[in-house]
Write a protein that binds this ligand. Structure first.
Ligand code: SF4
Ligand code: SF4
Ligand code: SF4
Length: 201
């Protein structure tokens, strides 16, 4: 009986995985994570240490918690890896990091905006009270118990309005699909700052 041998992950595979994403910050995170998962062999310090630290910084970017220091640090990591990595794989990863920084899109993430909306942690789902007819369809479909509110019933007043509990919302998008009134909006953190819509923290 022959044993199935695992096919090694190549840098092309790493690149292909990253290319599945549209957002530059997400591409960077996927590239680094895939690189760390296999092609990175750990034989030299600038590449191994640099990749681990780059992953931390890229994660912050996709989570919307990064600062300018994270981008600066990524730049330094990329520069060090390019100069001191022992093999082409480390240098290619460094070049990838620097290429993504040069697009300028990472800086946009610092102000809470992911143009492609792939970084879901940036988005919030909110219900527009004026549009909501209290049909309760969103309540029924939400598997995470992230919606509170009372369905409209005949001969009753004093309803609890429909709201999304942000801490519970997993951004699955199911409520948006079922809302017949288009009363549920997906809004970026930056847009949120300029809006008076009520949000349950
Ligand atoms: S640069 Fe090459 S040798 Fe050094 S840790 Fe990275 S993959 Fe290994
Ligand atoms: S996006 Fe998903 S988790 Fe969030 S409120 Fe809607 S159905 Fe619930
Ligand atoms: S599905 Fe839409 S209209 Fe119905 S309760 Fe939810 S937000 Fe309101």
């Amino acid at each position: 009986m022959t044993e199935d041998k695992a096919v090694p992950v190549t840098m092309k595979d790493v690149q292909a995985k990253a290319d599945e994403k549209k957002c530059v910050a997400a591409q960077l995170l996927v590239f680094i994570e895939e690189f760390l998962a296999e092609p990175m062999c750990g034989r030299c310090f600038p590449c191994s240490f640099g990749s681990y630290e780059a992953r931390i910084r890229a994660k912050r970017l996709t989570a919307g918690t990064a600062s300018a220091e994270d981008v600066e640090r990524l730049k330094r990591i990329g520069g060090n890896m390019l100069e001191a990595s022992m093999c082409k794989k480390g240098k290619d990863t460094a070049a990838y990091i620097l290429e993504k920084i040069a697009t300028g899109d990472l800086l946009e993430h610092l102000s809470g905006l992911c143009a492609s909306r792939e970084c879901v942690d940036f988005d919030k789902y909110i219900i527009i009270p004026g549009k909501c007819t209290m049909c309760g369809l969103c309540l029924d479909v939400c598997k995470d118990s992230a919606i509170k509110g009372e369905k409209r019933e005949a001969y009753r007043t004093g309803y609890l309005p429909f709201e999304i509990i942000q801490k519970r919302c997993t951004k699955c998008g199911e409520c948006v699909k079922v809302c017949p009134e288009n009363a549920i909006l997906v809004i970026s953190a930056r847009e949120m700052e300029n809006k008076d819509a009520p949000v349950t923290k």
